[in-house]
Write a protein that binds this ligand. Structure first.
Ligand SMILES: [Zn+2]
Ligand SMILES: [Zn+2]
Length: 254
């Protein structure tokens, strides 16, 4: 694997001094996917066929609505509605109710238990999970992860960037570990895990200290004291745990 189109954005993400370079990448991928979907993709028949079939998740309907381009959104929704009604009609025509056994009426079932026996609710939960934007982010994200593993093991400059970064959010730390199982040799794991674990410990501690000073600043004795690095401790603290940028304004069409 040589330098790819993923190398520069990945290197930039590690230079951005973000709480997690992979959150940084993911936000860019999400914004690119939203601008692509509502920018030009909706006018191409082949792309529309894909969005008609896949639809979008709750989070991305919201983000697409915030982005703007109401006509584009209406066109996407309209053909998706047509496709969805056809599919649902097929499911309803084929539907046979499951028979209710005498005793099962007395058995307490959770919502997910009930759903597991019903073909239409199966179809509905698959619709809920299906999202063109999520899918596009995931495909590209995997390529960035592969590039990451290639670069930390083949490029000393990049390895240095990795060693000096602010660590990763808990969620992307998990992704790195699960992918490292197959992407790294035993020898590479022996070298990288201690660096990565130490990095996570140090950086979680750093954020905890920032949050602690944020709380102390509310003490009247500290009114005039310096904020140090604690002013944005809450958004950074949330990002480190959940991989989201709570302080970001809605992403809008330019
Ligand atoms: Zn992250
Ligand atoms: Zn989505």
């Amino acid at each position: 694997m040589k330098d790819t189109i993923y190398t520069i954005p990945l290197t930039d993400a590690f230079k951005a001094e973000d709480e997690c370079p992979f959150c940084f990448i993911k936000r860019k991928l999400e914004q690119d996917a939203i601008s692509f979907t509502l920018g030009c993709a909706y006018m191409q028949d082949d792309m529309r066929e894909i969005t008609d079939t896949m639809g979008f998740c709750k989070e991305h309907y919201k983000k697409m609505y915030e982005y703007g381009n109401r006509l584009g959104m209406a066109l996407i929704l309209h053909t998706h509605y047509i496709k969805l009604q056809k599919e649902l009609k097929k499911k309803m025509d084929k539907f046979t109710p499951t028979s209710t056994h005498f005793l099962s009426k007395f058995k307490k079932a959770s919502v997910s238990d009930v759903a597991s026996h019903n073909t239409i609710s199966h179809w509905v939960s698959a619709q809920d999970k299906s999202c063109y934007i999520c899918d596009s982010i995931e495909k590209n994200f995997k390529r960035y992860m592969d590039t990451f593993f290639y670069l930390i093991t083949h490029n000393d400059d990049f390895k240095q960037l990795f060693v000096n970064c602010k660590g990763f959010c808990v969620s992307h730390f998990g992704d790195i570990l699960s992918l490292s199982d197959t992407s790294l040799s035993n020898k590479q794991k022996e070298e990288l895990y201690p660096i990565l674990f130490n990095m996570m410990e140090e950086n979680l501690k750093r954020i905890e200290a920032d949050i602690s000073w944020f709380i102390d600043k509310y003490d009247y004795k500290n009114t005039d004291a310096d904020w140090k690095t604690s002013k944005d401790a809450i958004p950074r603290g949330i990002q480190k745990l959940a991989g989201i940028y709570v302080q970001d304004p809605p992403f809008k069409e330019k």
